[in-house]
Design a protein around this ligand. Structure first.
Ligand code: SF4
Ligand code: SF4
Length: 304
């Protein structure tokens, strides 16, 4: 069961919702787990929280995970042998990303813009290009209380978050897709660009967090277009800071038959707790039943 928590813009409370949903589902599963094995004891944790916002991962600020494993993630980028290169310019012609250019009598490669597609290497008539690893960032994993945790950290100056997100998902989503499986909650990057699409791809459900303002509505529309329109995924909405704006989000969701699955109020005490690094359900346990109900509603939507 893979739930992507996303929003069309930053600052909507997406991470707040993702963290508290994961903690609540994990707590519920611990309560209901039957003893297993000859020596008894609870079954292993089966809820994973994966921070896919590799440019600005901040789930760890709230959960303080213990990291058990860490590895670098690379892509292959071209390296030109100037002694063999004939300066024909074919590599620059085939690169859709302008990551390799012929500048006078030299071929320049911009590693940060390279997508590692290999086209230039294949197309070089002089076999002057070989591919070398270029490190984009790091994937770390461990646990945070009852949760399995993983996140990606894109190196400063790198622009290519997608391969890092892909590596995160490949390593940490095995056995998670579909009802009745382990649960993975993915905290997506904000916006609707390629890293968001990469995060949503393959999810069973996309939970969109928004605020009831014209700005929130504008970005919610874009996020729905990506999640439901382009990817064909079921979506639901969490309205955060309910009461601060107008009825536009409600009207839009009603007209598009998008369920509003939870509302969190505009509350200074919540804002202060989150700003202080607390989780919502940690600071305000009275919200746990709301997150239990949210998870049940998501399961019902997926089962439809
Ligand atoms: S590997 Fe692909 S993206 Fe990178 S420089 Fe070559 S053609 Fe461009
Ligand atoms: S395609 Fe090969 S030979 Fe032509 S400019 Fe590029 S590296 Fe040089």
């Amino acid at each position: 069961m893979i739930i992507a928590v996303a929003s069309g813009k930053g600052g909507t409370g997406k991470t707040t919702v993702a963290v508290s949903l994961a903690l609540t589902v994990a707590a519920e599963r611990e309560c209901t787990s039957a003893p297993s094995g000859p020596s008894g004891g609870n079954v292993a944790p089966t809820v994973r929280l994966i921070d896919c916002d590799v440019e600005e991962p901040n789930v760890a600020l709230f959960l303080h995970p213990v990291i058990h494993a860490r590895r670098s993630v690379s892509i292959l980028v071209p390296q030109v042998d100037s002694g063999v290169c004939t300066l024909c310019g074919r590599c620059a012609e085939v690169c859709a990303y302008h990551a390799i250019v012929l500048a006078g009598k030299v071929v320049l490669v911009f590693d940060e813009m390279c997508h590692g597609c290999g086209s230039c290497c294949v197309q070089c008539p002089a076999s002057a290009i070989r591919e070398v690893p270029h490190v984009l960032g790091t994937v770390e994993s461990g646990h945070a209380g009852p949760l399995l945790f993983a996140h990606g950290i894109l190196n400063v100056g790198e622009a290519m978050g997608v391969p890092l997100i892909r590596a995160l998902k490949q390593e940490h989503l095995a056995g998670c897709a579909g009802l009745g499986s382990d649960v993975a909650i993915l905290d997506a990057p904000p916006g609707t660009s390629c890293p968001v699409v990469q995060t949503m791809h393959g999810a069973d459900f996309v939970l969109l967090v928004t605020e009831p303002t014209p700005f929130g509505l504008h970005d919610l529309r874009l996020a729905v277009e990506v999640a439901r329109g382009e990817l064909g995924l079921p979506v639901g909405v969490v309205v955060n800071r309910d009461g601060c704006g107008d009825a536009g989000v409600d009207d839009y969701c009603a007209s598009e038959s998008i369920p509003i699955l939870m509302r969190l109020p505009l509350d200074r005490a919540i804002a202060e707790a989150i700003a202080g690094g607390q989780t919502l359900v940690g600071a305000f346990p009275q919200y746990r039943p709301s997150f239990v109900a949210l998870y049940s509603a998501i399961l019902a939507q997926v089962a439809r």
